[in-house]
Design a protein around this ligand. Sequence first.
Ligand code: NI
Length: 264
Amino acid sequence: MRISAAALALLVLVGGCTTIVPTDAPDGRHGGQAGVAPVRPGYTADGEFQPWIEAAHGEIRRVAGAEGCVALTFDDGPHPTLTPRLLALLAEEHVVATFFLVGNRVQQWPDIVRAMSAGGHQIGNHSWDHANLTQLGNDAVVQEFARTDAAIFAITGAAPDIIRLPYDASSPRILGLVDRPVIFWDIDTLDWKAGSVSEIVDSAVRRARSGSIVLMHDIHATTVSAVRGIVDGLRARGFEFVTVSELMSGQPCRAETVVAAAHP
Ligand code: NI
């Protein structure tokens, strides 16, 4: 009788992306950038290019090295009823997301922004009044973000690390005016015009890949209704959820399995 000599050793290397740093940490990772030198999109503070970030003309769309990670992003809030519903759902599912907030809405609903920050979500700057920045002068563009920074800072104690431009309206001039990474997306769920919840779920779950940034809007009821299906569907595909800044760190989420056969 022959005894099988082959033994399999499984080494599971788990990535560090499940760590959620509370936003009330003294050195809060979600901001506190006052006085820090401007960082060009896709570059470190030292001016070193981060090659794993897919940045076309300084526009970050996906983080290729973030194996198994997906960042869900929600724009245009906070919404007085839908955003709290979404926050409750994300808490229940233990999912962190990134919210690109509109400054005048931040001012209107500070308690929601406080809850968002306390929930470990990342907050990004989406301008003061959702203007098409390509139609504004330089000073006005800078003011759009500065006012929003101040409104968010007054509530959370940290200014956002990242920016998203309204209407996807970008230009070299706009990118030259902003001092932080500008976050686009590689998966647009088109939730604002989707006819049904299942269309939104399908759009996100089917197309997401490692390092994807998924665009949604928490000002639509259909979007909020789609989130549980998206979370379930992406988890079933083996993905974990991280904030955009966690994604940009390039740390993998997926447990890598290394199979080593023992010799007889
Ligand atoms: Ni928007």
